[in-house]
Design a protein around this ligand. Sequence first.
Ligand code: GSH
Length: 302
Amino acid sequence: MADTEDAPANQPPGYVPPRVWTWDSPSGGQFANINRPVSGATHEKALPVGTHPLQLYSMGTPNGVKVTILLEDLLALGHSGAEYDAWLIEIGEGDQFASGFVEINPNSRIPALLDRSTDPPTRLFESGSILFYLAEKFGAFLPTEHYKRAETMNWLMWQMGSAPFVGGGFGHFFTYAPFKMEYPISRYAMETKRQLHVLDTHLAKNQFMVGDDYTIADMAIWPWYGGLMRDAYGAQEFLSVQDYPNLRRWTAQLWSRPAVQRGRMVNRTSGTPDTQLRERHDAGDFESNRQDMVEARGRVRV
Ligand SMILES: N[C@@H](CCC(=O)N[C@@H](CS)C(=O)NCC(=O)O)C(=O)O
C-alpha cells in the first residue's frame, strides 16, 4: 500500500486505494464504457433467429474466431449439420447485455451458441465449451484415442487459462489503457513471451498441438497466438516474435487452410472491408455479402 511519500511513483500520482472500491467513474481506456462491476441485462432485446440448427452470436475477436474456424472446418469435412447462422454481437455497443443474449450467456461475453437441433435447445457459452461440444457432436477434431484425447484437452484448457494474460493483461496495458505503465506492460510481456516459448518449444517436435492431428486445440490457440505472431496489438517487434520459428511455421500452416481464412472473416468488424463478413447465413455469403460488397450496394445484403 502506498503512502504519501510514494505519491509521485503512483498512477495517478498520490493514488491510494480506498478501503472499499466503488464504481464512481469509468476507468478510462478503450472499453471503459462497457465495463461494469455487475452482471445481468441492461435492456430488453430478443436475439434474431435464422433457419439453421446452430445459431451463433459472436464477433470476430480471437475468442469468436475459434468457433467459426471449427464450424467452417466441419462444413469443409462434409458435416452439413454444422450449417450455422452467425449473428454479429457488437460488444462495443453493449449488445452482450441485451436480455436475449444474457439468457444464453449469463456472463455477457461472446461467443455464445444455441443448438436448436435438441429439444429443448442447448445453450453454450465459453469458447472452450463450445469447441468441445461441437467436436463431440460431430465426432471430429477431437481424437478418440486415449492419449491424444487427453493431450487435446490439456492444450485446450491451457489456452483458456493462459490467453487472458495475453488479452486482458498484455494487450490491455500495451494497447488499450489510457496511458503507458511500465509495471503491467513488463509483467504481462514477460508472461506473454513465456507462453510463446511454451508453444514454440512444443511445436519444435510436433506438427500440430497434438502430434500429427489437427484438433480443436489448434483452433483455440491459433487466433490468440497466431494473432500475436501476425498482427495483434502491433506488438510483433516489441515481443521479438522472430524468436519463435516453430510457432511461425505452425501459424502459417494454419493460415493456409481455407476454412481458417473463412472462419476469420465471420463476424469481423475490423480490417479492410473485403476481409469482413459481418453476418453469415450460408456459404454463398463469402461470395456475395462481404462488407466491401455490402457497402458498394449502399449497405444492402442480398
Ligand atoms: N472465457 C471466455 C472469454 C470471452 C470473452 O472475453 N469475450 C470478449 C471478446 S474476446 C467479450 O465478449 N467481451 C465483452 C465485454 O468485455 O463486455 C471465452 O473464451 O468464451
